[in-house]
Design a protein around this ligand. Structure first.
Ligand SMILES: Nc1nc2c(c(=O)[nH]1)N[C@H]1C(S)=C(S)[C@@H](COP(=O)(O)O)O[C@H]1N2
Ligand SMILES: [Mo]
Length: 308
């Protein structure tokens, strides 16, 4: 069994009691028991993955408690505390992602299929929200490129569209008009194939908490946090630039590219600095969130003041 004894759990990892009880209840159900037999790694709390040091920052990860209680997930409300308080009702099993559009082999991947595509890797990434705060998060996942190679994008495919779940029954925020649901994000195909772009299934060595986008979310560390769509149900390969939820809400403030760029202010505030959660002094924000060496060449010849 992979469930840890209390003595194995660091204080920083202790999850809210309600979460723990729900997990325990899930494991007691027939579905939970069947999953546990077939896929022990995903049904238990723990999720294993060897650290990929080439892609990981050596900076200190933000405490588990902050990573899992200070969240943006508007499907559950707009307060930072709404996701942890309200997302626990989201049913994340069974779950699948339909991959369709301009691909040679359209296919629906159950979560269990994703785990079989490649060994999960731990990648410690810097993440920066457009609001001006940042965190360092040890993700567990697989490169999005691994999934895309399975379906083989057609030549005409230029963009990848990511569509999140939008279930008014379990997602109270979907009843509000704050965004045009479902949450939609997009990348160019070459950005999606960039080795840093991750499909995350876990963090801190365990299954992704619901407030962080369970069971599967995108992670694009050189772009503002909102590009990293949570609880994805569909991925579409398309010819035209997707109209993302944030562009629909305010195209003037949120462009398609959304690369972390300290030289381009948000119309209402500067992006020159950020506050790392847990620190008091502000840090200078780095171009492409510190990943310029890996990704800057993707934008050679593109005016990043215009294509913000
Ligand atoms: N579906 C969906 N995905 C989303 C969001 C959202 O509201 N809905 N918020 C985004 C924003 S603004 C940020 S900063 C990150 C936050 O991820 P985290 O809570 O895991 O740190 O998720 C992004 N993905
Ligand atoms: Mo964000």
């Amino acid at each position: 069994m992979l469930i840890r004894r209390p003595s194995d759990i660091l204080p920083s990892e202790i999850t809210p009691r309600e979460l723990f009880l729900r997990r325990r209840d899930f494991l007691k159900t027939a579905a939970g028991a069947a999953l546990l037999t077939a896929f022990p790694a995903i049904a238990a709390e723990k999720l294993a993955g060897a650290r990929n040091s080439l892609f990981s920052t050596t900076e200190t990860p933000t405490p588990y408690k902050d990573v899992t209680t200070y969240n943006n997930f508007y499907e559950f409300g707009t307060d930072k505390s709404d996701p942890v308080e309200k997302a626990q009702r989201l049913n994340t099993r069974p779950w699948s992602i339909a991959v369709e559009g301009l691909v040679k082999h359209p296919r629906t991947f159950a979560i269990e299929d994703l785990i079989k595509l490649a060994p999960l890797e731990e990648r410690i990434y810097r993440m920066r929200c457009v609001e001006g705060w940042s965190m360092v998060i040890p993700w567990l996942g697989l490169p999005l490129a691994t999934l895309l190679k399975q379906v083989e994008p057609q030549g005409a495919a230029k963009y990848v569209e990511f569509i999140s779940a939008a279930d008014p029954q379990s997602m109270p925020g979907v009843k509000s008009r704050v965004l045009d649901w479902p949450y939609v994000e997009g990348l160019r195909v070459d950005e999606a194939m960039q080795p840093l772009t991750l499909l995350a299934l876990g963090l801190y060595g365990e299954v992704l908490p619901k407030q962080n986008g369970a069971p599967v979310r995108l992670v694009v560390p050189w772009k503002y946090g909102f590009k990293s769509a949570k609880s994805i149900v569909k991925i579409r390969l398309v010819e035209k630039e997707p109209n993302t939820a944030w562009m629909k809400a305010n195209a003037h403030e949120y462009g398609f590219y959304s690369n972390v760029n300290p030289a381009v202010d948000h119309p209402r505030w500067s992006q020159a600095t950020e506050r790392r959660i847990g620190e008091f002094q502000k840090r200078k924000t780095l171009p492409f969130n510190g990943y310029a060496a890996q990704v800057a060449q993707l934008y050679a010849g593109l005016d990043l003041q215009k294509f913000f």
